[in-house]
Design a protein around this ligand. Structure first.
Ligand code: GDP
Length: 533
């Protein structure tokens, strides 16, 4: 594995100076500071790549079997799907988890506030209601968990991460506006996740019966057929502001939950999802977890994403310190090492050791994925880079330089020749030309040479005609071309191809030091027509 400084820099999308800086940093002595300088030590390349913030190992990056490594890591990781399913006999009824959706300004916030407000528990600590992303509404021995994550966060989570965090959707529609854009969106959200919808026609305190009926009529278009019209959708006219019919709404939710026969396993290791997380000035890292299996106790070990927690305290939305939390409850947990992300799967593990191990595995997996992406980016850049050489650069050099001399008079050998676009160029100027073919070891050095040749383009009495250039050893076709155009073949850093090159061929010039190549070239140009002054 070898790369030129230029290639390495390009692969990392950095200037060549960056690579030189890295070389200096690792005290790697180089003989000269050239872009075409070849680094032929794999460990040096790897070191530079790492210094540059890329995490992957070089040395044939393609050889890394990401799939296999990922599978290996996954095999050691825990996920809900790998755990033993609860036994049917363990299952008990659990409360419904509800998300309120609807068009902006139709009253979602007001409804949540009214539902929550009527249930603030005045405790000896003052019972200040906190926003923790969810709250519970109780009635004797029944409960509903309302998620109040902003916007459609709960649904985005469900769709993007497959986190099933909601059982029922309450769709709020302001009676005076009816079905609006986001109402339709909400309906689609609910349908795509298979959640039944209960419609709350809101703001009935300021509309008449006809407007309410109009909304019901509109809903038919979206296959939401009210029960009174023979369908299955419960429709509750409410006033979120005046708290009218909120009890009816809650009853409908419980009825719907009854129909759904929502069940869960109160035993076994805790499972759930992160609803949201926050950094508290006093309590530190907090995350709200929706419990979907097991019973959470203080001292339990949980993992979520790449972080873990020893449950220190369990709080409800009224900042009450709970001893435990059960099915469908959303509680705030204190004790996280880092903040988990909403939608992360929460799993209880037996020991701290296992919790750390899982986080470690996931870190590794993340690095692996990052590595894979970096590599893809680098590969893409390389491809673009190559394309640049082989099309753009070629076009530029071959046609560009030719063009500058195309109006010149022909020299003895070639008074016309075919240019890359297939046209015959007649050169009719008295300026002499030096025809050259350039062969080099790698793209980097080829480019460096071409860049310098460009500067020879506009000389007065003598012109340089770049006939052809290419990476690789001298081939038979190069000799033929040299013969046709009476060209010199300049080789940089490539071994003599004994099967093609004859030892006495003075027209093939090999160099391993770039400035010597240029010195020779200048001499040749001078020989043709001594430069003025
Ligand atoms: P959101 O954008 O869906 O959360 O809507 P909000 O809850 O912020 O309500 C938007 C506006 O409608 C506010 O000015 C509320 O006071 C008002 N509003 C909400 N519910 C009712 C209601 O039942 N009756 C009346 N008259 N106004 C309401």
């Amino acid at each position: 594995s070898q790369m030129t400084v230029k290639e390495l820099a390009d692969a990392m999308d950095r200037p060549t100076q960056h690579v030189f800086d890295c070389l200096e940093q690792i005290n790697f002595a180089i003989r000269s500071k050239r872009d075409s300088y070849i680094i032929n030590k794999l460990d040096v390349i790897t070191k530079i790549v790492q210094l540059s913030g890329f995490r992957y190992q070089m040395g044939g990056p393609q050889e890394i079997d990401f799939e296999k490594l990922e599978l290996e890591l996954d095999a050691k990781d825990d996920s809900r799907s790998k755990r033993p399913k609860p036994q049917a006999t363990h299952l008990i009824r659990r409360p419904p988890v509800v998300t309120i959706m609807g068009h902006v300004d139709h009253g979602k916030t007001t409804l949540l506030d009214s539902l929550r407000g009527s249930h603030i528990v005045e405790t000896e600590f003052g019972g200040i209601t906190q926003h923790i992303g969810a709250f519970n509404v109780k009635d004797k021995n029944r409960m509903i968990t309302f998620l109040d994550t902003p916007g459609h966060a709960a649904f985005s989570m469900m769709r993007s991460r497959g986190a099933k965090c909601t059982d029922i959707v309450v769709l709020v529609i302001a009676a005076e506006d009816g079905v609006m854009a986001q109402t339709v969106e909400s309906i689609n959200h609910a349908k795509s996740t298979g959640c039944p919808i209960i419609v709350a026609i809101n703001k009935i305190d300021k509309v008449n019966e006809a407007q309410i009926n109009r909304v019901k009529q509109e809903l038919l278009k979206y296959e939401l057929i009210p029960e009174e019209m023979g369908g299955e959708v419960q429709i509750v006219p409410i006033s979120a502001l005046k708290k009218t019919n909120l009890d009816v709404l809650k009853e409908e939710i419980w009825t719907q939950a009854e129909i759904m026969e929502l069940k869960g396993d109160p035993k076994g290791l805790v499972e759930g999802y992160i609803i949201e997380s926050t950094q508290d000035l006093h309590k530190g890292k907090l995350a709200t977890v929706l419990i979907q299996r097991g019973t959470l106790m203080k001292g339990d070990y949980l993992v979520a994403g790449k972080t873990w927690c020893k449950v220190k305290y369990i709080y409800d939305e009224n900042s009450q310190n709970l001893q435990k939390a059960s099915l469908s409850q959303a509680v705030q947990i204190m004790g996280w090492k880092d903040l988990p992300h909403s939608g992360d799967e929460v799993l209880q593990v037996d020991t701290e050791h296992r919790a750390k191990e899982i986080c470690d595995l996931r870190h590794k997996k993340e690095m692996l994925v990052k590595q894979k992406q970096d590599l893809e980016i680098i590969k893409k850049k390389r491809a673009e880079h190559d394309e640049f050489y082989h099309t753009e650069l070629k076009k530029k050099h071959l046609s560009g330089i030719r063009y500058s001399i195309s109006k010149m008079e022909p020299d003895s050998k070639s008074d016309s020749h075919v240019n890359p676009s297939g046209q015959i160029e007649v050169e009719n100027n008295s300026i002499k030309k030096l025809h050259v073919i350039v062969k080099a070891d790698v793209d980097g050095s080829l480019e460096a040479i071409l860049k310098v040749l460009e500067t020879y383009d506009a000389m007065d009495k003598v012109a340089l005609d770049l006939v052809h250039f290419e990476v690789g050893q001298v081939k038979k076709s190069d000799l033929e071309m040299a013969d046709t155009f009476n060209a010199l073949i300049y080789c940089f850093n490539i071994p003599v191809n004994h099967s093609v090159e004859k030892e006495d061929n003075k027209n093939i010039k090999h160099f391993n030091v770039i400035y010597k190549l240029f010195d020779d070239l200048k001499e040749q140009l001078n020989n043709l027509a001594p430069l003025v002054e």
